[in-house]
Design a protein around this ligand. Structure first.
Ligand SMILES: [Zn+2]
Length: 264
């Protein structure tokens, strides 16, 4: 089985582990991932500084790609100069998406109106650079879908850590979006998410860790890592009703198509 981790945070993994996020750390994480069949990962920025780090990591490691953006809960202080740097980073050939961006109504530390304005600006950025939009949507399904409609969605939209129900999954499929499922799909208490995944055609699915967060069962409570992705892929395959090899082939080919990845 070969897999691509469609969304991870290698810098946050290092921080969580109390170690330096240097090339040796990235090489070690990716070597461990490869042993588990995970041949590539997209490391995702959540601030301008983190985005800069992600581009450097992707430049130094052929099996690492980058996504750049400022997370909806980190937008305070993001100004024109910040957007200019994000755009410069987003145009880097190692950057495969603009994200993660979107809306987060769970943590009430950032005004929804401000989040929405910055989400619109990130949508415009994805269109300007011609790269997929990678969406963070926490407790904000209706507003995320509405703003995508109002702005006109970029050609490629990926919902990272999809958390909607059956109806929302259907709506995303109708709109042409790609849905990426995290370790939550392995949780006993997530039958609704498995049911939602069952609505998604194979050619619209991705699988991700969001490491160091959303650790799959039975490792909950420990930090997540790309090497644990097969657990999530296995649970997603059974939710979709295919064997894990079929699922893995689909997400490899989807990852290459959506993000324009090289052969890994
Ligand atoms: Zn994330």
């Amino acid at each position: 089985m070969r897999l691509i981790d469609a969304h991870t945070h290698l810098d946050a993994m290092a921080q969580r582990g109390g170690v330096t996020a240097d090339d040796a750390f990235v090489a070690e994480v990716m070597a461990e991932a490869r042993t588990a069949g995970v041949v590539a990962a997209i490391t995702v920025g959540d601030t301008v500084a983190s985005s800069r780090w992600c581009v450097a990591a992707a430049t130094a490691h052929p099996d690492v790609y980058a996504a750049v953006a400022v997370h909806p809960t980190e937008i305070d202080g993001l100004d024109d100069a910040g957007y200019a740097e994000l755009e410069r980073l987003a145009r880097d050939p190692r950057v495969v998406a603009v994200g993660e961006t979107g809306l987060d109504y769970y943590w009430d530390r950032t005004e929804p109106a401000a989040q929405q304005a910055h989400f619109r600006r990130h949508i415009a950025l994805a269109k300007a650079v011609g790269k997929p939009l990678m969406i963070h949507d926490r407790d904000a399904h209706a507003d995320v879908l509405r703003i995508l409609r109002e702005e006109g969605a970029p050609d490629l939209v990926v919902f990272h850590a999809f958390s909607g129900d059956v109806e929302m999954a259907r709506e995303c499929v109708r709109a042409g979006y790609v849905l990426s499922f995290p370790g939550v799909i392995t949780f006993k208490n997530a039958p609704g998410l498995r049911e939602a995944a069952g609505q998604v055609p194979l050619d619209r699915l991705l699988v991700e860790t969001d490491a160091p967060f959303l650790t799959p069962h039975p490792h909950r409570g420990k930090p997540n890592a790309p090497s644990l992705l097969p657990l999530t892929a296995t649970a997603l395959a059974s939710a979709v009703g295919v064997d894990v090899e079929t699922l893995a082939e689909a997400v490899m080919s989807n990852g290459r198509r959506v993000f324009g990845l090289d052969e890994n």
